[in-house]
Design a protein around this ligand. Sequence first.
Ligand SMILES: NC(=O)c1ccc[n+]([C@@H]2O[C@H](COP(=O)([O-])OP(=O)(O)OC[C@H]3O[C@@H](n4cnc5c(N)ncnc54)[C@H](O)[C@@H]3O)[C@@H](O)[C@H]2O)c1
Length: 410
Amino acid sequence: MPGQVELGRLKIDWARAHMPVLSSIEQRFAREKPLAGTRVSAVLHVEAKTCVLALALKAGGADLRLAAGNPLSTDDDAVAAVVEAGVPTWARKGESLDEYNAGIRATLDFDPQVIVDDGADLVALAHTSRPDRGPVIGSTEETTAGVNRLRAMERSGALRWPAIAVNDAQMKHLFDNRYGSGQSFLDGLFSATNLLVAGRTCVVAGYGWVGKGVAGLLRGVGADVLVTEVDPVRAIEARLEGFRVRTLLQAAPEADLIVTTTGTVGVVRAEHLRVVKDGCLLANMGHFDVEISKPDLASLAVHRRVVRPSVEEYRFADGRRVFLLGDGRLINLATGQGHPAEIMDLSFALQALSIEYLVRHGRSLAPRVYPVPPELDRAVAEAALPSLEVAIDRPTPEQLRYADSWKEGT
Ligand SMILES: NC(=O)c1ccc[n+]([C@@H]2O[C@H](COP(=O)([O-])OP(=O)(O)OC[C@H]3O[C@@H](n4cnc5c(N)ncnc54)[C@H](O)[C@@H]3O)[C@@H](O)[C@H]2O)c1
């Protein structure tokens, strides 16, 4: 049996072999060293695909520190291998909240010039602690929840450096949030429960990018899917995709599974828990563990016990039981293995190019939230065509002239 470092290396090699776009960036970085001497701190889910990104940044010359962006999503083998490869890392699967916070703080004590964040915890901490720290050139943000936080900081005038919203790039949210979340949700659900999904009634709260992926993949494995929304446009979109759309109070009594994908707080609350049927599974795919109210669960329960790894049973006074998966944290990372490597290839290629962009141009940017430059989005799409076995037509000269004529208004 290989040791932990060797196991981690094998996992990283497996991921890298399925991440051709990031690998080609890593090779270019190794030649050109665009990040030479730049102190980079990254707070991400530390598993094999993230380690491929970390090693690509290191190949580019970055002086990198890595910490867990979630206490449950770490792969200890991958951590052992990336530490061995020279990236100081603070991450342990199942770490306490104190350890988790200490890890984030350690990456900050390193005085990063570039911050790579997933949920904006590190950015928020950097804004509130140690004002004597050296200047940050900029940061990149991986997820919707973090971009929402950054936008709020920008609006209130608090944001102190340029931040690139990697999440909002087309090659990120269209595929990572949707198809990556859909597949890795099923992975997490299957490994946590080992239960049948076909024929079960599953309620997906939220029909944004993650909700679309989760609802679509659940339907793909034979579930009867209901959607809940607060946005009328997205509710109609879900309806026209063929899903029943109900309020959560209407949907809860028939749910075998409720999964939250909203990015907001207190979606599944006491009023819903009072009407769910016996045996209902509760899972969350949103960034923070606040979508299923754990305080409400705790106050309604007369008895709690762990019945499988990452499955906690809450029994109510009337005998009904609900099962909370992965402690209400992102289930695809808590009990699954995260997004497929081919999807993270796209997201992390954008991260690597955005970090390079910040090092080149960040000092001349105002402290605002910026989109990924469209040419980088496009470059990742072009580079991904061969590995995804996609062939596209190119516009003919006549078609280009035709498009130009419209631009000129002729
Ligand atoms: N698990 C993962 O791997 C993963 C991947 C990407 C994003 N995320 C996280 O998932 C969350 C959602 O991301 P997204 O990109 O889909 O965001 P999004 O903004 O596209 O979608 C959220 C949707 O939830 C709806 N919503 C808000 N409050 C609601 C409520 N009370 N009931 C029902 N619907 C409600 C909104 O109207 C919106 O349509 C964020 O926290 C994001 O950070 C997780």
